[in-house]
Design a protein around this ligand. Structure first.
Ligand code: NAP
Length: 271
C-alpha cells in the first residue's frame, strides 16, 4: 500500500459461512505489516453493492464470490483486460477520487481466479493434453482460459449445454457437452477434470456434480476448485479409484495474494 493508513477490505457473496478469506487476508496483512480489517459482506441481491462504499467509508476494495462474479459487471466503471476477456470479476477496487455510474466513487473490476488457477498448476507438468471443465460460470471461464494458455484442449461440461464463448486470443469458442456424453473413450483421452461448480461445497458436502463416477480412471487428475471441505465428494470418488485429487486451497491462496497485489499496485498505476 502506498500510505500506511488503516483500510478495510471484504468479500461479497450470498452465503459466506464457508469462506477462509478473512483468515487468509489476516495473514497477508500481518506479512506486510498493514493495519487493515477484512469483512464478510453477505448480500441477498447484487444491486446492494452500490451502497457498500457509503456503508463502509474506509472500504478500499473487495473480493466477489458465488453467485455474483458475473452479475456484478453492470455495476462496475472499469474492467481490467483479463476481467473483460473472462467476463467475470472476483476483485474490485473502490476509487473514491472520481464519480462513477453509482455515485461519488468508481468501481474497478479485475479477475485473479485466472492467475490464481494458473499458479496452482505449477507443480504439474502440463503442456498440451485434454481437460474437462465441469460447470459454465465465471470460475469455469477463468480456468478454461488458463488451460488454453497451457496449450490444452478444453471441453466444458454443463447440465444444459449451450454455446460457450470465451473472449481470448487462444480460441474463440470451446465445445460444450452434457454430463451424459462423458464416456470411457472420452475419459481415456482426458488428463485433468476440474470441478468448477459449487456442487459439494460446505454445507452440502454429500453432493457433487452429476459425473459418472464409475468411469473414473486413475491416470486422470481430479481438481476441485472447492476448498471447504478439504476433501470433497468429487475428490473422494477419485481417490477411491486410485486417481490423483486436489482441492482449491492453493488456488485460493494465489488468487488472494494476486488480489492484494492488484489493490497495492493500483494507486501507482492509476491513469
Ligand atoms: P457459479 O457461477 O455459481 O456456478 C458455476 C456453474 O456451476 C454454473 O454456471 C452451473 O453450470 C454449475 N452448477 C451450479 N450449481 C450446480 C449444481 N448444483 N450441480 C452441478 N452444476 C452446478 O460459481 P463460480 O463462481 O463459477 O464458482 C464455481 C465454484 O468454484 C464454487 O464452488 C467456488 O467456490 C469455486 N471457486 C474456487 C476458487 C478458489 O480460489 N479455490 C475460485 C473461484 C471459484 P451449468 O448450469 O452449465 O451446469
Amino acid at each position: 500500500m502506498v500510505d500506511s493508513g488503516y483500510r478495510e477490505f471484504g468479500l461479497v457473496g450470498r452465503k459466506l459461512g464457508h469462506s477462509m478469506s478473512p483468515e487468509l487476508f489476516r495473514s497477508i496483512f500481518k506479512k506486510y505489516d498493514v493495519r487493515a480489517a477484512y469483512h464478510l459482506l453477505e448480500m441477498e441481491r447484487i444491486d446492494e453493492v452500490c451502497l457498500l462504499p457509503l456503508r463502509y467509508p474506509l472500504l478500499y476494495g473487495f473480493n466477489v464470490t458465488v453467485p455474483y462474479k458475473e452479475s456484478i459487471l453492470p455495476y462496475l466503471d472499469n474492467l481490467s483486460d483479463v476481467a473483460r476477456e473472462i467476463e467475470a470479476v472476483n476483485t474490485v477496487y473502490i476509487d473514491r477520487t472520481r464519480n462513477g455510474k453509482n455515485g461519488a466513487f468508481q468501481l474497478w473490476g479485475h479477475n485473479t481466479d485466472y492467475s490464481g488457477f494458473l499458479h496452482s498448476l505449477d507443480n504439474f507438468e502440463i503442456n498440451g493434453g485434454k481437460a474437462l471443465v465441469l460447470g459454465s460460470g465465471g470460475a469455469s471461464r477463468a480456468v478454461s482460459k488458463a488451460l488454453l494458455s497451457k496449450k490444452m484442449d478444453v471441453m466444458i461440461v454443463s447440465r444444459t449445454p449451450h454455446p460457450y464463448h470465451i473472449n481470448c486470443n487462444e480460441k474463440s469458442s470451446i465445445p460444450v457437452i452434457s454430463y451424459l456424453q462423458i464416456d470411457k473413450v472420452l475419459l481415456n483421452d482426458t488428463d485433468i477434470v476440474i470441478n468448477a461448480t459449487p456442487a459439494g461445497m460446505w454445507p452440502e458436502v454429500e453432493s457433487g456434480p452429476p459425473f459418472p463416477w464409475h468411469l473414473i480412471d486413475k491416470h486422470i487428475i481430479f481438481y476441485d476448485l472447492i476448498y471447504n471441505p478439504r476433501i470433497t465428494l468429487f475428490m473422494r470418488k477419485a481417490l477411491e479409484q486410485g486417481a490423483t485429487a486436489m482441492n482449491g486451497l492453493r488456488m485460493l491462496e494465489y488468487q488472494a495474494f494476486d488480489a492484494w497485489n492488484f489493490w497495492s499496485a493500483i494507486q501507482t498505476n492509476k491513469p
